[in-house]
Design a protein around this ligand. Structure first.
Ligand SMILES: [Zn+2]
Length: 477
Protein backbone atom coordinates (compact mmCIF):
# COMPACT_ATOMS: atom_id res chain seq x y z
CA UNK A 1 0.00 0.00 0.00
CA UNK A 2 1.42 3.37 -0.98
CA UNK A 3 1.71 6.39 1.23
CA UNK A 4 -0.06 9.55 0.21
CA UNK A 5 2.23 12.00 -1.56
CA UNK A 6 2.99 15.71 -1.27
CA UNK A 7 4.86 17.47 -4.10
CA UNK A 8 6.12 20.78 -2.70
CA UNK A 9 7.44 23.30 -5.24
CA UNK A 10 9.46 26.23 -3.85
CA UNK A 11 9.50 28.70 -6.72
CA UNK A 12 12.97 29.93 -7.71
CA UNK A 13 14.93 27.86 -5.20
CA UNK A 14 18.51 27.16 -6.33
CA UNK A 15 20.57 24.24 -4.99
CA UNK A 16 23.17 26.77 -3.79
CA UNK A 17 20.63 28.76 -1.75
CA UNK A 18 19.30 25.52 -0.28
CA UNK A 19 22.81 24.33 0.62
CA UNK A 20 23.65 27.66 2.27
CA UNK A 21 20.46 27.58 4.32
CA UNK A 22 21.10 23.99 5.39
CA UNK A 23 24.73 24.76 6.37
CA UNK A 24 23.56 27.66 8.52
CA UNK A 25 21.05 25.42 10.25
CA UNK A 26 18.16 27.68 9.29
CA UNK A 27 15.95 25.20 7.46
CA UNK A 28 14.75 22.74 10.08
CA UNK A 29 12.00 21.12 7.99
CA UNK A 30 14.21 20.49 4.97
CA UNK A 31 17.04 19.30 7.24
CA UNK A 32 14.65 16.88 8.83
CA UNK A 33 13.79 15.38 5.43
CA UNK A 34 17.48 14.78 4.72
CA UNK A 35 18.08 13.33 8.18
CA UNK A 36 15.13 10.99 7.63
CA UNK A 37 17.06 9.40 4.76
CA UNK A 38 15.91 11.78 2.05
CA UNK A 39 17.53 11.54 -1.35
CA UNK A 40 18.83 14.92 -2.59
CA UNK A 41 20.01 15.52 -6.15
CA UNK A 42 20.40 18.47 -8.51
CA UNK A 43 17.79 18.52 -11.25
CA UNK A 44 17.36 20.57 -14.41
CA UNK A 45 14.54 22.91 -15.41
CA UNK A 46 13.04 23.46 -18.83
CA UNK A 47 13.60 26.37 -21.25
CA UNK A 48 12.59 29.16 -21.04
CA UNK A 49 13.13 28.65 -17.31
CA UNK A 50 10.12 30.74 -16.30
CA UNK A 51 7.28 29.64 -14.06
CA UNK A 52 4.37 29.00 -16.49
CA UNK A 53 6.59 26.86 -18.74
CA UNK A 54 8.11 25.03 -15.77
CA UNK A 55 4.91 24.38 -13.82
CA UNK A 56 3.34 23.01 -17.01
CA UNK A 57 6.38 20.72 -17.36
CA UNK A 58 6.02 19.56 -13.76
CA UNK A 59 2.27 18.93 -14.18
CA UNK A 60 2.51 17.08 -17.49
CA UNK A 61 5.96 15.49 -17.44
CA UNK A 62 6.52 17.06 -20.84
CA UNK A 63 8.41 19.97 -22.34
CA UNK A 64 6.88 22.93 -24.17
CA UNK A 65 6.97 20.98 -27.44
CA UNK A 66 4.20 18.82 -25.97
CA UNK A 67 2.51 20.95 -23.30
CA UNK A 68 2.37 23.99 -25.58
CA UNK A 69 3.16 26.82 -23.11
CA UNK A 70 6.10 28.73 -24.67
CA UNK A 71 6.94 31.58 -22.27
CA UNK A 72 5.69 33.97 -19.62
CA UNK A 73 4.70 36.35 -22.42
CA UNK A 74 3.99 35.15 -25.96
CA UNK A 75 2.16 35.99 -29.16
CA UNK A 76 -1.02 34.03 -29.83
CA UNK A 77 -0.97 33.67 -33.60
CA UNK A 78 -4.51 32.26 -33.73
CA UNK A 79 -6.00 35.20 -31.81
CA UNK A 80 -3.50 37.82 -33.05
CA UNK A 81 -2.68 39.09 -29.56
CA UNK A 82 -0.06 38.92 -26.82
CA UNK A 83 -0.64 36.56 -23.91
CA UNK A 84 0.90 37.84 -20.66
CA UNK A 85 0.74 35.61 -17.57
CA UNK A 86 2.00 38.27 -15.18
CA UNK A 87 5.60 39.38 -15.75
CA UNK A 88 4.72 42.51 -13.77
CA UNK A 89 1.66 44.60 -13.03
CA UNK A 90 2.88 47.08 -15.67
CA UNK A 91 3.15 44.29 -18.28
CA UNK A 92 -0.35 43.14 -17.38
CA UNK A 93 -1.63 46.70 -17.82
CA UNK A 94 0.29 47.12 -21.09
CA UNK A 95 -1.32 44.07 -22.65
CA UNK A 96 -4.76 44.72 -21.17
CA UNK A 97 -5.70 44.03 -17.58
CA UNK A 98 -8.78 41.96 -18.30
CA UNK A 99 -7.12 39.71 -20.88
CA UNK A 100 -4.01 39.17 -18.76
CA UNK A 101 -6.07 38.22 -15.71
CA UNK A 102 -8.04 35.83 -17.84
CA UNK A 103 -4.85 34.33 -19.29
CA UNK A 104 -3.19 33.82 -15.92
CA UNK A 105 -6.21 32.65 -13.91
CA UNK A 106 -7.91 30.39 -16.44
CA UNK A 107 -6.34 30.67 -19.89
CA UNK A 108 -3.15 28.72 -19.26
CA UNK A 109 -4.80 25.57 -17.98
CA UNK A 110 -8.07 25.81 -19.86
CA UNK A 111 -7.20 27.30 -23.25
CA UNK A 112 -3.43 27.18 -23.83
CA UNK A 113 -2.26 23.89 -22.33
CA UNK A 114 -2.25 21.37 -25.18
CA UNK A 115 -5.05 18.78 -25.08
CA UNK A 116 -2.37 16.30 -26.16
CA UNK A 117 -0.63 16.61 -22.80
CA UNK A 118 -1.98 14.75 -19.77
CA UNK A 119 -1.64 16.37 -16.38
CA UNK A 120 -0.83 14.40 -13.28
CA UNK A 121 -4.19 15.58 -11.88
CA UNK A 122 -6.03 14.07 -14.85
CA UNK A 123 -4.06 10.83 -14.73
CA UNK A 124 -4.41 10.26 -10.99
CA UNK A 125 -8.03 11.40 -10.99
CA UNK A 126 -8.83 8.83 -13.70
CA UNK A 127 -7.23 6.18 -11.46
CA UNK A 128 -9.67 7.06 -8.68
CA UNK A 129 -7.18 8.96 -6.52
CA UNK A 130 -8.05 12.22 -4.76
CA UNK A 131 -5.86 15.01 -6.16
CA UNK A 132 -5.36 18.43 -4.60
CA UNK A 133 -3.46 21.62 -5.48
CA UNK A 134 -2.84 24.98 -3.83
CA UNK A 135 -2.07 28.03 -6.00
CA UNK A 136 -0.53 25.89 -8.76
CA UNK A 137 -1.16 27.60 -12.10
CA UNK A 138 -1.09 24.49 -14.32
CA UNK A 139 -3.95 22.66 -12.70
CA UNK A 140 -6.12 21.05 -15.38
CA UNK A 141 -8.04 18.14 -13.87
CA UNK A 142 -11.33 16.27 -14.00
CA UNK A 143 -13.38 18.36 -11.56
CA UNK A 144 -15.22 21.55 -12.48
CA UNK A 145 -14.95 24.43 -10.01
CA UNK A 146 -16.95 27.62 -10.11
CA UNK A 147 -15.31 30.89 -9.24
CA UNK A 148 -15.92 31.73 -5.62
CA UNK A 149 -16.53 35.47 -5.70
CA UNK A 150 -20.05 35.94 -7.07
CA UNK A 151 -19.44 39.53 -8.17
CA UNK A 152 -16.45 38.49 -10.22
CA UNK A 153 -18.37 35.67 -11.84
CA UNK A 154 -21.21 37.95 -12.78
CA UNK A 155 -18.94 40.48 -14.45
CA UNK A 156 -16.41 38.12 -15.97
CA UNK A 157 -18.23 35.13 -17.33
CA UNK A 158 -15.12 33.85 -19.09
CA UNK A 159 -13.55 32.43 -15.99
CA UNK A 160 -16.54 31.55 -13.94
CA UNK A 161 -15.60 27.87 -14.00
CA UNK A 162 -12.47 25.86 -14.65
CA UNK A 163 -11.50 22.19 -14.49
CA UNK A 164 -8.99 21.31 -11.78
CA UNK A 165 -8.08 18.71 -9.20
CA UNK A 166 -10.80 17.43 -6.88
CA UNK A 167 -9.58 19.67 -4.05
CA UNK A 168 -8.59 22.93 -5.61
CA UNK A 169 -7.45 26.18 -4.00
CA UNK A 170 -6.30 29.08 -6.15
CA UNK A 171 -5.70 32.49 -4.57
CA UNK A 172 -9.21 32.52 -3.05
CA UNK A 173 -10.69 32.62 -6.55
CA UNK A 174 -11.38 28.92 -6.59
CA UNK A 175 -11.82 27.01 -3.35
CA UNK A 176 -13.36 23.57 -3.43
CA UNK A 177 -13.74 23.57 0.36
CA UNK A 178 -14.19 26.26 2.99
CA UNK A 179 -10.95 26.07 4.97
CA UNK A 180 -10.91 29.38 6.80
CA UNK A 181 -7.53 30.20 5.16
CA UNK A 182 -6.72 33.93 5.06
CA UNK A 183 -6.87 35.92 1.85
CA UNK A 184 -3.93 35.20 -0.46
CA UNK A 185 -3.52 38.81 -1.44
CA UNK A 186 -0.84 39.85 -3.85
CA UNK A 187 1.00 42.15 -1.48
CA UNK A 188 3.81 39.75 -0.83
CA UNK A 189 5.74 41.63 1.86
CA UNK A 190 4.46 39.42 4.64
CA UNK A 191 4.63 36.20 2.65
CA UNK A 192 0.88 36.16 2.42
CA UNK A 193 0.55 33.82 -0.55
CA UNK A 194 2.50 31.05 1.16
CA UNK A 195 0.64 31.70 4.41
CA UNK A 196 -2.57 30.96 2.53
CA UNK A 197 -1.04 27.74 1.14
CA UNK A 198 0.10 26.68 4.62
CA UNK A 199 -3.37 27.23 6.07
CA UNK A 200 -4.97 25.19 3.28
CA UNK A 201 -2.27 22.51 3.66
CA UNK A 202 -2.94 22.24 7.36
CA UNK A 203 -6.66 21.87 6.70
CA UNK A 204 -6.07 19.13 4.12
CA UNK A 205 -3.63 17.17 6.31
CA UNK A 206 -5.80 17.28 9.41
CA UNK A 207 -8.71 15.90 7.37
CA UNK A 208 -6.60 13.34 5.51
CA UNK A 209 -8.10 15.08 2.51
CA UNK A 210 -6.04 13.87 -0.48
CA UNK A 211 -3.94 11.13 -2.00
CA UNK A 212 -1.73 13.59 -3.92
CA UNK A 213 -1.18 17.27 -3.13
CA UNK A 214 0.79 19.86 -5.09
CA UNK A 215 1.87 22.44 -2.53
CA UNK A 216 3.19 25.46 -4.41
CA UNK A 217 5.12 28.19 -2.57
CA UNK A 218 5.88 31.26 -4.72
CA UNK A 219 6.94 33.84 -2.11
CA UNK A 220 10.63 32.88 -2.15
CA UNK A 221 10.89 33.64 -5.89
CA UNK A 222 9.29 37.02 -5.31
CA UNK A 223 11.81 37.88 -2.58
CA UNK A 224 14.71 36.62 -4.68
CA UNK A 225 13.64 38.81 -7.63
CA UNK A 226 13.81 41.83 -5.37
CA UNK A 227 17.03 41.19 -3.48
CA UNK A 228 18.81 38.62 -5.66
CA UNK A 229 19.30 34.93 -4.93
CA UNK A 230 22.12 35.70 -2.48
CA UNK A 231 20.11 38.15 -0.43
CA UNK A 232 16.53 36.97 -0.19
CA UNK A 233 16.52 37.48 3.57
CA UNK A 234 14.46 35.04 5.55
CA UNK A 235 12.18 34.15 2.63
CA UNK A 236 13.58 30.62 2.41
CA UNK A 237 13.14 30.13 6.14
CA UNK A 238 9.50 31.09 5.67
CA UNK A 239 9.10 28.54 2.87
CA UNK A 240 10.73 25.96 5.13
CA UNK A 241 8.30 26.82 7.90
CA UNK A 242 5.41 26.19 5.47
CA UNK A 243 6.72 22.62 5.16
CA UNK A 244 7.04 22.49 8.94
CA UNK A 245 3.39 23.44 9.27
CA UNK A 246 2.43 20.38 7.21
CA UNK A 247 4.45 18.19 9.58
CA UNK A 248 2.81 19.82 12.60
CA UNK A 249 -0.66 19.30 11.12
CA UNK A 250 0.07 15.56 10.95
CA UNK A 251 1.08 15.52 14.62
CA UNK A 252 4.83 15.87 14.08
CA UNK A 253 7.50 14.91 11.56
CA UNK A 254 7.48 11.19 12.37
CA UNK A 255 3.72 10.98 12.03
CA UNK A 256 3.89 12.97 8.79
CA UNK A 257 6.53 10.68 7.28
CA UNK A 258 4.69 7.55 8.35
CA UNK A 259 1.63 8.69 6.39
CA UNK A 260 3.12 10.68 3.53
CA UNK A 261 5.91 10.50 0.99
CA UNK A 262 7.19 13.92 -0.04
CA UNK A 263 9.08 15.41 -2.97
CA UNK A 264 10.46 18.95 -2.61
CA UNK A 265 11.68 20.68 -5.73
CA UNK A 266 11.71 24.00 -7.56
CA UNK A 267 10.57 25.07 -11.00
CA UNK A 268 13.74 27.01 -11.95
CA UNK A 269 16.68 28.81 -10.34
CA UNK A 270 17.63 32.49 -10.30
CA UNK A 271 20.76 34.52 -11.06
CA UNK A 272 21.74 38.06 -10.05
CA UNK A 273 21.00 40.68 -12.73
CA UNK A 274 22.68 44.07 -13.01
CA UNK A 275 21.57 45.29 -16.45
CA UNK A 276 18.16 45.59 -18.05
CA UNK A 277 17.88 46.06 -21.80
CA UNK A 278 15.08 46.19 -24.32
CA UNK A 279 15.35 43.21 -26.65
CA UNK A 280 13.27 45.29 -29.08
CA UNK A 281 16.22 47.70 -29.61
CA UNK A 282 17.97 45.15 -31.85
CA UNK A 283 15.21 45.31 -34.41
CA UNK A 284 15.41 48.98 -35.33
CA UNK A 285 14.00 49.62 -38.80
CA UNK A 286 11.34 46.94 -38.46
CA UNK A 287 7.79 47.69 -37.38
CA UNK A 288 7.06 46.10 -34.01
CA UNK A 289 3.62 45.28 -32.67
CA UNK A 290 2.81 47.66 -29.83
CA UNK A 291 1.27 45.73 -26.94
CA UNK A 292 -1.13 48.55 -26.12
CA UNK A 293 -2.64 48.40 -29.60
CA UNK A 294 -2.78 44.58 -29.69
CA UNK A 295 -3.44 44.60 -33.43
CA UNK A 296 -0.87 43.19 -35.79
CA UNK A 297 -1.88 45.15 -38.90
CA UNK A 298 1.16 46.83 -40.46
CA UNK A 299 3.68 45.29 -38.08
CA UNK A 300 6.59 43.07 -39.10
CA UNK A 301 7.46 41.56 -35.75
CA UNK A 302 6.24 40.83 -32.27
CA UNK A 303 8.84 40.73 -29.50
CA UNK A 304 7.72 39.22 -26.18
CA UNK A 305 10.57 39.49 -23.71
CA UNK A 306 10.28 38.76 -20.01
CA UNK A 307 12.88 38.09 -17.37
CA UNK A 308 15.87 36.38 -19.03
CA UNK A 309 14.28 35.03 -22.22
CA UNK A 310 12.65 36.54 -25.26
CA UNK A 311 10.55 35.40 -28.20
CA UNK A 312 10.63 37.03 -31.62
CA UNK A 313 7.63 36.31 -33.90
CA UNK A 314 7.70 37.06 -37.63
CA UNK A 315 4.41 38.44 -38.90
CA UNK A 316 3.26 37.95 -42.51
CA UNK A 317 5.28 40.26 -44.73
CA UNK A 318 8.27 40.47 -42.38
CA UNK A 319 11.18 41.21 -44.72
CA UNK A 320 13.78 39.30 -42.68
CA UNK A 321 14.10 35.52 -42.30
CA UNK A 322 14.55 33.97 -38.88
CA UNK A 323 18.28 33.58 -39.52
CA UNK A 324 18.66 37.27 -40.38
CA UNK A 325 16.79 38.25 -37.23
CA UNK A 326 18.97 35.93 -35.15
CA UNK A 327 22.20 37.24 -36.69
CA UNK A 328 21.27 40.77 -35.65
CA UNK A 329 21.74 39.59 -32.08
CA UNK A 330 25.32 38.28 -32.65
CA UNK A 331 26.92 41.40 -31.22
CA UNK A 332 24.31 42.18 -28.57
CA UNK A 333 25.98 41.66 -25.16
CA UNK A 334 22.57 40.96 -23.58
CA UNK A 335 21.88 38.01 -25.92
CA UNK A 336 23.70 34.81 -25.10
CA UNK A 337 22.30 31.83 -27.01
CA UNK A 338 19.99 32.65 -29.91
CA UNK A 339 17.88 29.83 -31.34
CA UNK A 340 15.87 29.27 -34.49
CA UNK A 341 14.74 26.43 -36.76
CA UNK A 342 16.17 26.02 -40.25
CA UNK A 343 14.80 23.12 -42.30
CA UNK A 344 14.62 20.09 -40.02
CA UNK A 345 17.40 21.32 -37.73
CA UNK A 346 17.64 23.63 -34.77
CA UNK A 347 20.30 26.32 -34.95
CA UNK A 348 21.98 27.81 -31.88
CA UNK A 349 24.20 30.88 -32.28
CA UNK A 350 26.43 32.41 -29.63
CA UNK A 351 28.75 35.31 -30.36
CA UNK A 352 28.74 34.46 -34.07
CA UNK A 353 29.58 30.76 -33.59
CA UNK A 354 26.93 28.31 -34.73
CA UNK A 355 25.71 24.80 -33.93
CA UNK A 356 23.10 22.89 -35.92
CA UNK A 357 21.39 20.16 -33.96
CA UNK A 358 18.69 17.62 -34.56
CA UNK A 359 17.57 14.54 -32.61
CA UNK A 360 17.97 11.14 -34.21
CA UNK A 361 17.33 7.61 -32.93
CA UNK A 362 21.07 7.30 -32.23
CA UNK A 363 21.36 10.62 -30.35
CA UNK A 364 21.91 14.20 -31.45
CA UNK A 365 23.12 14.99 -34.95
CA UNK A 366 25.51 17.93 -34.52
CA UNK A 367 27.18 20.15 -37.06
CA UNK A 368 29.31 23.19 -36.32
CA UNK A 369 30.59 24.29 -32.89
CA UNK A 370 29.35 22.03 -30.07
CA UNK A 371 30.65 24.49 -27.46
CA UNK A 372 27.78 26.85 -28.37
CA UNK A 373 25.61 24.63 -26.16
CA UNK A 374 28.38 23.38 -23.84
CA UNK A 375 26.58 21.04 -21.40
CA UNK A 376 28.57 22.41 -18.44
CA UNK A 377 27.25 25.90 -19.08
CA UNK A 378 23.82 24.87 -20.35
CA UNK A 379 22.57 21.76 -18.51
CA UNK A 380 20.59 19.49 -20.83
CA UNK A 381 20.90 22.38 -23.28
CA UNK A 382 20.33 20.54 -26.55
CA UNK A 383 17.10 18.91 -25.45
CA UNK A 384 15.78 22.03 -23.73
CA UNK A 385 16.58 24.24 -26.72
CA UNK A 386 14.99 21.73 -29.10
CA UNK A 387 11.79 21.40 -27.07
CA UNK A 388 11.47 25.20 -26.80
CA UNK A 389 11.87 25.59 -30.57
CA UNK A 390 9.36 22.82 -31.28
CA UNK A 391 6.64 24.47 -29.20
CA UNK A 392 4.04 25.53 -31.79
CA UNK A 393 3.38 28.81 -29.95
CA UNK A 394 7.07 29.77 -29.70
CA UNK A 395 8.56 32.62 -31.69
CA UNK A 396 10.64 31.91 -34.79
CA UNK A 397 13.65 33.18 -32.81
CA UNK A 398 14.19 32.48 -29.10
CA UNK A 399 16.76 34.43 -27.10
CA UNK A 400 18.44 33.29 -23.89
CA UNK A 401 19.93 36.22 -21.95
CA UNK A 402 23.60 36.56 -21.05
CA UNK A 403 24.82 36.39 -17.46
CA UNK A 404 23.95 39.58 -15.56
CA UNK A 405 21.34 40.74 -18.08
CA UNK A 406 17.59 40.83 -18.08
CA UNK A 407 15.15 41.82 -20.82
CA UNK A 408 12.71 44.58 -19.93
CA UNK A 409 9.14 43.26 -20.02
CA UNK A 410 6.22 44.63 -22.05
CA UNK A 411 5.41 47.08 -19.29
CA UNK A 412 8.99 48.39 -19.09
CA UNK A 413 9.74 46.60 -15.79
CA UNK A 414 12.78 44.56 -14.81
CA UNK A 415 14.65 43.28 -11.74
CA UNK A 416 18.08 44.89 -12.30
CA UNK A 417 19.80 44.99 -8.93
CA UNK A 418 17.96 41.84 -7.89
CA UNK A 419 17.52 38.37 -9.35
CA UNK A 420 15.90 36.86 -12.42
CA UNK A 421 15.68 33.68 -14.48
CA UNK A 422 14.56 32.34 -17.82
CA UNK A 423 17.81 31.49 -19.60
CA UNK A 424 19.53 28.23 -20.52
CA UNK A 425 22.44 29.00 -18.17
CA UNK A 426 23.03 26.70 -15.20
CA UNK A 427 22.18 29.33 -12.57
CA UNK A 428 18.65 29.75 -13.94
CA UNK A 429 18.30 26.07 -14.72
CA UNK A 430 19.49 23.94 -11.80
CA UNK A 431 16.98 23.04 -9.10
CA UNK A 432 17.18 20.88 -5.99
CA UNK A 433 15.09 17.71 -5.85
CA UNK A 434 14.57 15.93 -2.53
CA UNK A 435 12.42 12.86 -1.99
CA UNK A 436 11.57 10.84 1.09
CA UNK A 437 9.38 7.77 1.15
CA UNK A 438 8.58 7.10 -2.49
CA UNK A 439 7.22 3.61 -3.07
CA UNK A 440 9.70 0.73 -3.01
CA UNK A 441 12.43 0.91 -5.56
CA UNK A 442 11.63 4.39 -6.82
CA UNK A 443 14.68 6.65 -6.74
CA UNK A 444 15.50 9.98 -8.31
CA UNK A 445 17.80 9.65 -11.31
CA UNK A 446 21.20 11.38 -10.80
CA UNK A 447 20.28 14.57 -12.71
CA UNK A 448 16.53 14.49 -13.24
CA UNK A 449 14.62 16.92 -15.39
CA UNK A 450 11.60 18.56 -13.81
CA UNK A 451 9.70 16.58 -16.46
CA UNK A 452 10.67 13.42 -14.53
CA UNK A 453 8.53 14.47 -11.55
CA UNK A 454 5.12 13.56 -13.02
CA UNK A 455 6.29 10.05 -14.02
CA UNK A 456 7.75 9.62 -10.51
CA UNK A 457 4.42 10.61 -8.97
CA UNK A 458 2.61 8.20 -11.28
CA UNK A 459 5.10 5.45 -10.45
CA UNK A 460 4.64 5.99 -6.74
CA UNK A 461 0.94 5.22 -7.16
CA UNK A 462 1.68 2.18 -9.31
CA UNK A 463 0.74 3.86 -12.57
CA UNK A 464 2.73 4.09 -15.80
CA UNK A 465 4.28 7.40 -16.85
CA UNK A 466 1.42 9.53 -18.17
CA UNK A 467 0.81 7.93 -21.52
CA UNK A 468 1.95 8.45 -25.08
CA UNK A 469 1.35 12.03 -25.91
CA UNK A 470 0.94 13.83 -29.16
CA UNK A 471 3.04 16.89 -29.92
CA UNK A 472 1.23 20.10 -29.07
CA UNK A 473 -1.47 20.89 -31.60
CA UNK A 474 -0.59 23.65 -34.05
CA UNK A 475 -4.17 24.76 -34.55
CA UNK A 476 -5.12 27.84 -32.62
CA UNK A 477 -1.72 28.93 -31.36
ZN1 LIG B 1 10.27 34.44 -10.98
Amino acid sequence: MFRKLVLAVIDGLTPDALDRGLERGRLPALRLLLDAGGQYVRGVSTFPSVTPVCLSAIATGAGPDVHGIPHLAWYHRGEGRIVEYGSSLAAIRATGLRGALRDSVAGLSRDHLSPGAITVFEQLGDAGLVTAAVNFTCYRGRHTHRIRLPGVAARNRWYESVDGPERFFFFNLFESDATGAPLAVRSRAAGSVDAYAAAVGRWLITRDGFDFLVYYLPDYDYASHGAGPEGAGDALERADSCLGRLFAAAGGPDEFLSRYAIIVSADHGQMPVGHAVRLERTFAGLRLLQPRRQRAGGADLVVTASNRAGMVYRLPGCPLAARELAERLDRDPAADVVLFLEGAAGVARRGGAELRFEPSPAGWLLEGSPEVLDPGRYPNGLERAWRALRCPAAGEVIVSAAEGYEFVDLGGRHHAGGGSHGSLLAGDSLVPVIQVGLADGLQLPPAPSITDLAPLVAGHFGLDAPGARAPAAVAGV
